[in-house]
Design a protein around this ligand. Structure first.
Ligand SMILES: Nc1ncnc2c1ncn2[C@@H]1O[C@H](COP(=O)(O)OP(=O)(O)OP(=O)(O)O)[C@@H](O)[C@H]1O
Ligand SMILES: [Mg+2]
Length: 385
C-alpha cells in the first residue's frame, strides 16, 4: 500500500505538450479517476506513474520514496490495460501465475495464490481454460487477477472497460471497485466515461489539454464546477454569457443580477465577482421547473418562452424552449413529464441554483489552485519526504 504523489509533471513530445504541470496526491487506499476528453493526457499521466513514460519535468513519489528514476519493474505497480494482455497459449492459471514465477515464488505457494485470485475475481474453476475460451469480460477479470496476484503497491487502470459492451461495463466497474476496496490498494483509474468515473471514484481529476482543471468529489465537480470547461464537459448544462449589473436583496437573499443574452438572471454572489464583470452562467436542465402561468414567486429566476420541441426519453421529458431568442433545455421528470408530451406554445420556467463563473476563469490558475488545495488537504497516510 502506498500514497502516490505527482509533483509538477510535464511531458512534451516534440512540440506537443501532452501533460503540463500536473499535481496530484492520492491517499493510501484511495481510488482517483482521471477523466477527460480524448487526447487530454490521461494515458500519458498514468504511464508516468507506471514508469512507462519518462516525464520531461516533475517528480513522482510513492510514500516517501522518489520513484521518478526507477524502471517499471522496480515500482511494483499493477497495470490493467484496455484490452486484456494475456498470453494466448497459456492457461488462465498460468497467466495468473506468470508474474509470481518471474518473482521466484515457490510452486505450491503459486498454486494457492492462483486459486485465491480466481475465487476473488469470480472465476474459480476456470484455471485450465485458454484465454480464447473466455468472454471479453472474463478475460479482463483474469487480467485483474494476474495484476493482483503479485500484490502491487499501486493499481493503475487505463480504460479497462471501454472494449466491453455496456451491460458488462456496468457490472465490471463495480467488481473493480469491490476488489480495490477489499484489497485496499491505492488506485488511479483512467476513463473518458463520466458515469463510470462517478460510480467508482473517491475523487475525480477533470483533465483538459494536459492540465488538471479541477480535482474533487463527484458533488464538487457536478454542483460546483470551477471553470467553463468543467461546467460544459460534466453533464448537460445551459450556458449563457453575461455581465453583472448589480446586486439585489441582502444577507442570505443577496443575489447578483446578471444581464445574459437578453435575460435578467439572479445568482448567488461570489467574492471574486463584481458589478461590471463578464461572467458565464450555467443552469442544469434538471433544475428548471415548468410553472403554471403567473406563478414563480419562490424562484430566483422566472423566464417565459415558447416550446420548440418535447423529446420523451422515458424517465424524463426533454423540453427545448426558446427564451428571448436562445434555446434552453429543461429535463422534466415525474408525472409532469407525461402532461408535457402534448404541450405546445408558451411556457414559464423557474429555477434557482445558477452557477456563475468569471469569464476567462483561467484554466491554468484554477487547475493548479485546486491541485495544490488537493495536496494541502490530502487525506492522512501520506508521508512528506
Ligand atoms: N508517443 C507519443 N508521441 C507523440 N505524441 C504523443 C505520444 N503519446 C501521446 N501523444 C500525444 O499526447 C497527447 C495526450 O495523449 P494521451 O494518450 O495521454 O491522451 P488520452 O487522454 O489518454 O486520450 P484517449 O482518451 O484518446 O486515450 C495527445 O495529443 C497525443 O497525440
Ligand atoms: Mg488514453
Amino acid at each position: 500500500m502506498s500514497t502516490v504523489r505527482l509533483v509538477g509533471i510535464t511531458k512534451h513530445y516534440g512540440a506537443t505538450v501532452a501533460v503540463q504541470d500536473f499535481n496530484l496526491q492520492v491517499a493510501d487506499g484511495e481510488l482517483v479517476t482521471l477523466l477527460g476528453p480524448s487526447g487530454c493526457g490521461k494515458t500519458t499521466t498514468l504511464r508516468t506513474v507506471a514508469g512507462l513514460v519518462e516525464p520531461s519535468a516533475g517528480r513522482i513519489w510513492f510514500d516517501d520514496q522518489d520513484v521518478t528514476d526507477l524502471p517499471p519493474r522496480k515500482r511494483n505497480i499493477g497495470f490493467v490495460f484496455q484490452t486484456p494482455a494475456l498470453f494466448p497459449h497459456l492457461s488462465v492459471a498460468n497467466n495468473i501465475a506468470f508474474g509470481l514465477s518471474v518473482k521466484g515464488a515457490k510452486k505450491d505457494a503459486i498454486g494457492a495464490r492462483v486459486d485465491e485470485m480466481l475465487t476473488m475475481v469470480g472465476l474459480a474453476g476456470y484455471g485450465s481454460r485458454l484465454p480464447a475460451q473466455l468472454s471479453g469480460g472474463q478475460q479482463q477479470r483474469v487480467s485483474l487477477a494476474r495484476v493482483l496476484a503479485t500484490d502491487p503497491r499501486v493499481l493503475l487502470f487505463d480504460e479497462p472497460l471501454s472494449a466491453l459492451d455496456r451491460n458488462l461495463r456496468d457490472t465490471l466497474k463495480y467488481s473493480i471497485l469491490d476488489l480495490q476496496r477489499r484489497t485496499r490498494k491505492t488506485a488511479i483509474y483512467v476513463t473518458h466515461d463520466q458515469s463510470e468515473a462517478f460510480a467508482i471514484s473517491d475523487r475525480i481529476v477533470v483533465m483538459n489539454a494536459g492540465r488538471a482543471e479541477q480535482i474533487g468529489t463527484q458533488t464538487d465537480i457536478y454542483l460546483h464546477p470551477q471553470t467553463p470547461f468543467v461546467a460544459e464537459f460534466i453533464g448537460a448544462n445551459n450556458g449563457l454569457t453575461g455581465t453583472v449589473t448589480g446586486t439585489d436583496g441582502a444577507g442570505d437573499e443577496a443575489r447578483m443580477v446578471v444581464a445574459a443574452d437578453g435575460l435578467t438572471l439572479r445568482a448567488r454572489p461570489r467574492p471574486d465577482v463584481r458589478a461590471g464583470d463578464q461572467v458565464l452562467v450555467y443552469l442544469r436542465p434538471e433544475n428548471l421547473v415548468v410553472l403554471p402561468d403567473g406563478d414563480g414567486a419562490e424562484y430566483d429566476n422566472v423566464v417565459d418562452g415558447t416550446i420548440d420541441r418535447v423529446i420523451f426519453e422515458g424517465p424524463t421529458a426533454q423540453l427545448r424552449v426558446d427564451v428571448a431568442g436562445r434555446e434552453l433545455r429543461a429535463d422534466i421528470s415525474g408525472s409532469q413529464r407525461l402532461t408535457l408530451i402534448q404541450r405546445q406554445g408558451k411556457v414559464r420556467l423557474g429555477f434557482n441554483d445558477l452557477t456563475m463563473i468569471p469569464a476567462g476563469a483561467a484554466l491554468t490558475s484554477a487547475g493548479s489552485e485546486s491541485a495544490s488545495a488537493a495536496i494541502a488537504n490530502a487525506a492522512p497516510g501520506g508521508t512528506e519526504p
